[in-house]
Design a protein around this ligand. Structure first.
Ligand SMILES: O=C(O)CCC(=O)C(=O)O
Ligand SMILES: [Fe+2]
Length: 370
């Protein structure tokens, strides 16, 4: 049984971090004699987790043209801000095209992740040694580590940046560190641009979220997921239904489908536009917007044939920031916020220790049904 890896380093101790990873599933999946999955990987689906449907052409997943947000005329900007607001409100999920991050950089990130998981276990462990890394143990699950009975069909590498100074990236494979640095910088520029637009769409002015959330000192968490081929994909799950803890998540993937989002009580398959960022509203945004923009539930499926790689980058405030609903968005009749304020670090701890998947963590801070 693999040891679990607590996220303590992410939460109450904002020290220069760090990364941690899992490596168990790829090895397991690579064993030639594997024809069925070990029972610890069998995931019992809850009744509401029915089959996913294809995108409805009448109600497609929103697509946001980032170039119009960044460089458009005032008219184009105001139109795209409205579209962004609608996407956040109706879906909590959208794709971003023309974002300006070079395709080649995206490919190199995916290649680097693949290369990292190709390293031997010893080589990976060497990356943890003598570098002020708080936790070096392995895990086979993402969150809920200590309480999980079922393991997910994925390996992951988690990298945490505390702006403006702290990060620790692996040096192997060669050049990976530089690629990650460049990618973190470029994806953050896109995230900051989107957050400005979202802030405007909430009627708060473009720098409201950035300033009140102190994003200059915010947390950026990269979760690189590798889902190996699975002999019994219908029994396993890559990632169970969950929402993300930060404000906004930007995801890239290697062209293999597997992500599903919940929309109007249905699970929808996401077939991403090549090189687009797949973006979702996360829990701190739901709290900050007083429920106007809900974080979206999503899950990742696995398949029999191909390895899927995804990199989800979560943008959030500093760990010590208490996130409250914006007073401007509090309900005018009741004049009461729908969520209580909570420290972001505490929220992450809560999510980690929570046994129930889904959005149950938000129930701890919800006051009204928003
Ligand atoms: O692999 C995916 O598509 C989803 C990943 C994800 O949701 C996460 O890392 O939080
Ligand atoms: Fe996620």
């Amino acid at each position: 049984m693999a040891a679990s890896t607590p996220l303590a380093s992410e939460a109450s101790h904002p020290s220069p971090i760090q990364f941690y990873r899992t490596t168990c599933v790829k090895k397991l999946a690579g064993s030639p004699s594997l024809t069925s999955i070990p029972s610890t990987y069998a995931f019992t689906k809850a009744p509401q987790e029915d089959e996913a449907v294809s995108e409805d052409p009448e109600d497609p997943i929103p697509v946001i043209d980032f170039s119009l947000l960044a460089y458009g005329t005032p008219d184009q900007r105001s139109t795209i801000i409205q579209e962004l607001g609608r996407a956040c409100k109706d879906w909590g999920f959208f794709m971003v095209i023309n974002h300006g991050v070079p395709e080649r950089l995206l490919e190199r990130v995916i290649e680097g992740i693949s290369g990292f998981f190709d390293l031997t276990e010893e080589e990976q462990i060497r990356e943890f040694e003598g570098k002020n890394v708080l936790n070096t143990s392995k895990s086979v699950t993402s969150f809920n580590t200590s309480s999980d009975k079922v393991f997910f069909w994925r390996d992951f590498l988690k990298l945490i940046i505390q702006h403006p100074h702290h990060h620790h990236f692996p040096n192997e494979p060669a050049g990976f560190r530089e690629i990650l640095l460049e990618y973190s910088k470029r994806s953050r520029e896109v995230a900051m641009g989107l957050l400005k637009g979202i802030s405007m769409s909430l009627g708060l002015g473009d720098t409201y979220i950035e300033n009140t959330m102190n994003l200059q000192s915010g947390l950026q968490v990269l979760a690189a997921n590798l889902y190996p081929p699975c002999p019994e994909p219908e029994l396993a799950i890559g990632l169970p239904p969950h929402s993300d803890h930060g404000l906004l998540t930007l995801l890239i993937q290697n062209g293999i489908s597997g992500l599903q989002v919940q929309h109007q009580s249905k699970w929808v398959n996401v077939n991403s536009i090549p090189n687009a960022f797949v973006v979702n509203v996360a829990d701190q945004m739901e709290i900050m917007s007083n429920g106007k923009y809900k974080s979206v539930m999503h899950r990742a499926f696995v398949n029999e044939k191909a390895t899927r790689i995804s990199v989800a980058t979560n943008f959030g405030p500093p760990l010590e920031m208490v996130v409250n609903p914006a007073p401007e968005l509090v309900h005018p009749e009741t004049n009461a916020p729908a969520y209580t304020g909570i420290k972001y670090g505490e929220y992450m701890e809560l999510q980690k220790s929570n046994k129930v998947y889904g959005k149950s963590c938000l129930d701890h801070v919800r006051i009204l049904s928003a």
